[in-house]
Design a protein around this ligand. Structure first.
Ligand SMILES: [Zn+2]
Length: 351
């Protein structure tokens, strides 16, 4: 059952077990000026449950702002249900991506049966950022930071409450759920782990899965690191085999118990990112909370995503593997579904 967990005074995390496909976490930050949401949910039913729980916890203070941590529908489709007066904030790549979204209206068969969205229109963010931005809710400070390079997606943003030391990571973290990277960069996702550690959060709210207390974060980051390295090694050794074949054969080892293991197919086959100039070139220069200079693990600027992607043999192999194989995998899955439907139909006709 989904629960609204209090993670600091007037700060809440909406945790939706089991955190699998389309079942995300979100958050709400109260303050003197109302409420700031961190993400919404995928369907009308889930979003309405979230909004009802937030209204109860915050005495129905108005939702002034909502942050989208990235473009994926599990975090953004519920935007459409927010009050018209709510301003939605996100990275500019998140807005661009959402404007091009087709998953809501033409959900591919890999997510079959199609989730019951009961939402018909995308509502994109109207305030966008590139590197960082600060939201003020009464005396409360909510910092939004982009890692400075593609990771889970091109436009990931974390929400950081420096006074409360609460970090909402969006899908830069999947806790006890198989991570997914198919619209960003596996190298970037790997690199973001040190960056996340640098916030030194007391509580971390992952995009999926249970809350992460401060003492557990290093273990969670280490597990992500092992998974991303496993993905890179798997892709590098795949040769000409399709991601689907690789996923069928691979020994998932310690990751076999995480839900959604089939995400390996998509994570092994990301399209090459094509961010606008500057997306990768900017690094987030953020002083640490003691004001003593850059945070530990702050990423170094990169001049281009492509250079990052081709920096190592494994990464280059993963990139090649991806670009060539992504579409055939989707087509194969679609063709299989069509064949199954046809078989069912033929069966009925013969009967
Ligand atoms: Zn998600």
């Amino acid at each position: 059952m989904s629960t609204l967990e209090r993670v600091a005074d007037d700060v809440y995390a909406w945790i939706q077990p089991p955190g699998t496909w389309w079942i995300n976490n979100a958050g709400a930050v109260g303050g003197a000026d109302g409420v700031v949401l961190i993400d919404t949910c995928a369907t009308r039913r889930r979003t309405e449950c979230f909004l009802a729980a937030v209204a109860e916890a915050t005495a129905a203070r108005p939702i002034r702002l909502a942050v989208n941590t990235h473009l994926h529908g599990d975090h953004t489709y519920g935007n459409a249900l927010l009050p018209e007066s709510t301003v939605i904030v996100a990275h500019e790549q998140t807005r661009t991506g959402l404007l091009a979204d087709f998953l809501l209206t033409a959900t591919p068969p890999i997510w079959s049966p199609t989730p019951d969205w009961d939402i018909t229109q995308i509502r994109p963010p109207t305030v966008t950022m590139r590197d960082n931005m600060v939201l003020h809710n009464g005396s409360r400070r909510i910092e939004l930071h982009h890692p400075g390079y593609p990771a889970h997606t091109l436009g990931d943003v974390v929400a950081w409450l420096p006074a409360e030391r609460v970090l909402f990571t969006g899908d830069l973290l999947f806790h006890q759920v198989t991570p997914l990277v198919f619209m960003g960069s596996v190298d970037g996702a790997l690199r973001s782990l040190d960056w996340l550690a640098g916030f030194d959060a007391a509580v971390t709210v992952p995009g999926h899965g249970p809350l992460i207390p401060g003492a557990e974060l290093s273990n969670v980051l280490a597990a992500h690191e092992r998974y991303y390295r496993f993905i890179r090694d798997t892709a590098a050794q795949a040769g000409d085999r399709s991601p689907l074949d690789v996923a069928r054969d691979v020994d998932l080892g310690e990751f076999a118990t995480w839900p959604d293991p089939e995400r390996l197919v998509r994570t092994c086959s990301p399209p090459s990112p094509t961010p606008s100039p500057g997306t990768a070139a900017h690094s987030t220069a953020r002083p640490n909370r003691r004001g003593l200079g850059p945070v530990r693990g702050r990423p170094q600027p990169v001049t281009s995503v492509r250079r990052e992607h081709h920096a190592g043999r494994a990464a280059a192999a993963a990139d090649r593997f991806a670009g060539r194989q992504y579409l055939p995998v989707v087509q194969e899955l679609q063709a299989r579904r069509r064949a199954n439907v046809r078989r069912d139909h033929d069966g009925r006709v013969q009967r």
